[in-house]
Design a protein around this ligand. Structure first.
Ligand SMILES: Nc1ncnc2c1ncn2[C@@H]1O[C@H](COP(=O)(O)OP(=O)(O)OP(=O)(O)O)[C@@H](O)[C@H]1O
Length: 316
């Protein structure tokens, strides 16, 4: 599968504070890439960097061969107008203008880009399973699940090739969550898009992502095919995530009791492994940043002591 999006050694720095360091990942054409990590790990910053909304201080972001980090001024404006990459914001209520109708909201990107609207609003609403009769309503008069779909409709009305969805289901109840997740999986065929889904909740990604990338403290700690990463995590932090998600956890290789550590905000990127202070397996080697190395086909992990063999859960 060819890479549509390629992020290479990316650093983002806010007010002299690095919040992403050396992040490299790809999203292949037509796949769903899940980005997982706890609050503050840098997921939103990564997505915002891809659409030019975060200060990239090193590295490259390429999309279909175009170096987005190199675009400036008019070239950047022209690129944005193409609408090829759409970022779907985290909070539908705040992202939708309460005064505007659904129809105006969905047509917004096209209008800003000076592109014809035609029947694009009806098309986008039907793609996300919304009744066209809702087009005249304002966001306050539709449900939370419908608002999330309106955000998606606004994005796909641009006919993007890549959708970046930031916590698309975190504000939804279980039944709406499943609907929206299924919708994202369907959109890659019906609307021909590649989807990046950001979530702090592993179980949301488990059923739909082809591959997952795990962020911790502004660094990528593991990535690879979703099935393999979730069934047999190699990084202690990924293991903790999977052990804490009962719907994902199967015959878990590492006893959850061996992984539990007091919670706390992840650190900003520094000189050592970002997970060292919480990792029960840390050694002196973890004072240096581990390189992201391939451990088996298509899987990479940044850890000085990655799990290599499944260790079965033992009953006391
Ligand atoms: N505009 C900003 N100015 C300064 N620091 C920022 C800014 N945006 C994010 N940060 C910092 O960058 C780090 C990563 O934040 P980010 O929002 O990307 O994390 P996240 O994993 O998406 O978390 P959440 O799930 O809460 O959205 C945090 O330490 C945050 O405080």
């Amino acid at each position: 599968m060819s890479a549509l999006l390629s992020v290479e050694d990316l650093d983002v720095t806010y007010r002299r504070q690095r919040v992403l360091a050396g992040v490299s990942l790809t999203a292949g054409t037509g796949e769903i890439l899940g980005i997982i990590g706890e609050t503050g790990s840098g997921k939103t910053t990564l997505a915002r960097a891809v659409v030019g909304l975060a200060p990239v201080t090193a590295g490259r972001i390429r999309f279909a061969g175009t170096d987005l980090t190199g675009l400036r001024g008019r070239a950047l404006r022209d690129w944005r107008r193409t609408g090829q990459v759409q970022y779907v914001f985290q909070d539908p209520l705040r992202a939708l203008d309460p005064q505007h109708t659904v129809a105006t909201i969905v047509a917004e990107g096209l209008a800003v880009a000076g592109r014809p609207v035609g029947d694009r609003v009806e098309w986008a609403l039907s793609q996300v399973g919304l009744d066209p009769a809702l087009a005249g309503r304002t966001p306050g008069r539709i449900s939370g699940g419908q608002r999330q779909r309106v955000l998606l409709a606004r994005a796909i009305a641009m006919r993007p090739r890549l959708l970046l969805c930031d916590e698309p289901v975190s504000a939804l109840d279980a039944s709406n969550r499943n609907h929206v997740l299924r919708l994202l999986a369907d959109l890659r065929t019906t609307a021909d898009v590649t989807v990046v889904v950001i979530s702090h909740d592993l179980s949301s990604l488990a059923g739909i992502a082809d591959r997952v990338a795990v962020l911790y403290g502004g660094r990528l700690v593991e990535h690879g095919p979703a099935e393999e990463v979730l069934a047999n995590p190699r990084h202690p932090y990924t293991a903790l995530l999977t052990a804490s998600a009962p719907s994902v956890r199967r015959d878990h290789p590492i006893p959850a009791s061996a992984l539990r550590r007091p919670a706390g905000a992840p650190p900003v990127p520094g000189d050592g492994c970002p997970y060292a202070s919480r990792c029960p397996f840390a050694t002196g080697a973890c004072a240096t940043v581990p390189a992201l190395s391939t451990v088996d086909g298509g899987r990479a992990v940044a850890c000085h002591h990655p799990f290599s063999l499944p260790v079965k859960e033992t009953t006391p």
